[in-house]
Ligand binder design. Structure first.
Ligand code: CP
Ligand code: NVA
Length: 304
């Protein structure tokens, strides 16, 4: 049984298989081929946090492949304590062919892996956002071709997106740099797990954003306060002063560098409006690719 929970759980070969599957389905779709590979299959999505891209791209992906989907908020599903999580997982597994979860605790994903008997996808947890990172590499490859040896600089919080980017970069041979203020960097434990599992990983951490973007092909940022950290918004906005991706910082990367953001973006905080709307910003093709990646992922999970 295949799952996508962290990206640490996959071999590099499996990561490359998912990317190849997504690229081939995107090309088929562009050529007008509508193959109902997953006819009769049902996706169940169970979300504890809001979502635009993840929820819609997964639903649309399933529809394109001839399947259907069903969405439940955490409360609807009874994750507020109505019944034990392991029981919910077992019940949902009886109905679904594949399950996507958006959660706070990574442990809920583990519970579904253990008890649902179905392929489980992490559609974002506090710790990881693997579907986003896979999509980001797909987008970078569309722009640059082979990305091995290229460099992705992430400016901002050492959060779920940053961790997943560090992991995907290690899988595809990209150099990863991050600049974050003290107290918001990637945890040492994460970096040692990364190097333990993927010894060729090239990951460097800085406190000066200009050090991180030097020689970068991709400059990436994400919100300073993630979902669940709303109460820390003001404190974080102060801590991250000087970490905005603006024209000056973006201009310090390679002259053909692209700007990426997983979205939603806060223009004027982590990114300036000028960089969001710069011709070298690929944030909207990146968002669209969430759907193409989802198709490739479902086909890979269900071996179609
Ligand atoms: N990038 C992303 O995951 O967006 P949503 O939170 O809207 O799903
Ligand atoms: N780090 C952000 C990503 C949103 C797609 C969050 O967790 O809210």
């Amino acid at each position: 049984m295949r799952h996508l929970t962290t990206l640490l759980d996959l071999s590099t070969e499996q990561v490359l298989e998912i990317l190849a599957s997504a690229k081939s389905l995107k090309a088929a779709w562009a050529a007008g081929r509508r193959e109902p590979k997953l006819a009769g299959h049902v996706l169940v999505q169970l979300f504890e946090k809001p979502s635009l891209r993840t929820r819609v791209s997964f639903e649309v992906a399933m529809a394109h492949l001839g399947g259907s989907s069903c969405f439940l908020s955490a409360k609807d599903a009874g994750l507020d304590g109505r019944e034990p999580e392991a029981d919910i997982a077992q019940v949902v597994g009886g109905y679904a062919d594949v399950i996507v979860l958006r959660t706070f605790r990574q442990s809920l994903i583990d519970t579904f892996v253990e008890h649902s008997g179905r392929p489980v996808v992490n559609g974002l947890s506090d710790d990881y956002h693997p579907c986003q990172a896979l999509t980001d590499v797909m987008t970078a490859e569309e722009h640059f071709g082979d990305v091995a040896g290229r460099k992705l600089a992430y400016i901002g919080d050492g959060n779920n997106v940053a961790k997943s980017l560090a992991l995907i970069c290690a899988h595809v041979g990209m150099d990863f740099t991050i600049a974050a203020p003290e107290g918001f960097q990637l945890p040492d434990e994460f970096l040692s797990d990364l190097k333990g599992k993927l010894p060729n990983a090239s990951a460097a951490q800085f406190t000066n954003p200009f050090d991180a973007v030097e020689g970068a092909d991709v400059v990436y940022t994400d919100v300073w306060a993630s979902m669940g950290q709303e109460a820390e918004k003001e404190h974080r906005a102060k801590a991250f002063e000087g970490f905005q991706v603006n024209e000056k910082l973006f201009g310090a990367a390679n002259s053909d560098a692209v700007f990426m953001h997983c979205l939603p973006a806060r223009r004027g905080l982590e990114v300036s409006a000028e960089v969001m709307d710069n011709p070298r910003s690929v944030v909207f093709p990146q968002a669209e690719n969430r759907m193409h990646l989802a198709k490739g992922l479902f086909a890979w999970l269900l071996e179609k």
